[in-house]
Design a protein around this ligand. Sequence first.
Ligand SMILES: *Cc1c(COP(=O)(O)O)cnc(C)c1O
Length: 484
Amino acid sequence: MTDQTLDPEDWESIRKTGHQMMDDVIDYLKDVRSRPVWQSFPEHSKTVLQEKLPVSSMSLDDVYKTFQEHIFPYTKGNIHPRFWAWVQGTGTITGVMADMLASAMNPNVTIGEQSAVYVDAQVINWCKEMMGFPAEASGMLVSGASLANTTALIVARNQMLESVRKNGLAGMSQKPVIYASTETHSCIIKATEGTGIGSENLRRIIVDDDYKIRTDLLIETIESDISKGYLPYCVVANVGTVNTGSIDDLESIRDICRKYKLWFHIDGAFGALARLVPEYQSQLSYIEDADSVAFDLHKWMYMPYEAACVLIKNKKSHQDSFSIQPSYLLNHERGLAAGPESLNNYGIELSRGFKALKVWMSIMENGMQKYADQIKKNILQARYLAQLIIQNKELSLLAPVPLNIVCFRFEPEKISDPIILDRLNKEIVMSLQEQGIASPSSTILNGKYAIRVAITNHRSIREDFDILVREVLRIGHQLIKSMS
Ligand SMILES: *Cc1c(COP(=O)(O)O)cnc(C)c1O
């Protein structure tokens, strides 16, 4: 009893279970196309997941059976070729295996002379190369773009607002203000709340017909804030807005930031990766001029959740925001506590998993050309879908398609009531999902309910978009028939 561990008593039996799991996983991914995109989660399975904390043990085989029956089938569907809801990544089999290897090593990737921190550092260096950031820049792998953006905005605040790290915002004589467009992701609002700036002091500048920030109004608002005694300190530019994939005018925003001495941050959650595609290179070359950029690896690099990156141009400002040297985290000259500076100095987290491994293995295996090709494929698919919509009299494209997001809806000639059109399209989205055909999501554009298709899916093929259009029309007509 006293010498009992959590390791199995019989390693050979666990080997068998493990091999079975790997076989099941390979089939699960191999056959994903033949399954419905989504199916509703049965009440019975929900009940199983409400059982109380178990005290006694159960064999792993039995636990696995419960998983197979009640958990495995009822996925969100984002691994499926016809999943295009929100902005979600698809993952890969290599990612699955890398996560297993990472868990086997189980390193805490913060401090110590160990391979994992060097892998983490190499991945950060590769991310700098992807974004055209200099080798001296710094960065962190975090859970998602929400935390990546928040990390950057903590650095921006601490760098731009003097001694705020020590005295807090209460010590300031002027009220700091930050700028972004009305299309900016909600995580930026949370970040301004979380950094104590307050969402009222996030000036949300309206957008033009292309959903880009109105830079003329940005300048006007900055000037007006200065004249009223506020302290502008940062502009957040969008590269790929969540509603329509629009890209703000980065060159102008950079110039505005230079003129008014503001921190230039970019939320490029998925869009920043379009830099890999030659057609977008010049438009996105201005990312290189940003003070910080946040982007996800689990969206348009198709890594399994979770993985995102924040890059900070000026390493010192990054360190100055987070570095603390407690007595229990000292580096030594030799031994385990030697090695690179603690990553704790570059973010909020102390304990960190080895998410770098799946990124490292995937990039090593695929090479960046493959990622560029996949991203380009998704962009061309969005244009193809837009073309299908434009060519069909009963469908309306509701926004430009600058990247990988298509917003449209069913608008048959005989129906003009805006409330009925909204309801009809909402029904279409729910039916597509319930029938397991496809998973788009929705948004509201200029007051209109839109079916929204965001393509960050390496498994989608062209035919999937033909199916989508065909089924939207079929369900739409069926609904009209049942209404009359
Ligand atoms: C998805 C997204 C985020 C948030 O990223 P998470 O990885 O979900 O935390 C932020 N901004 C934009 C534009 C996004 O698309």
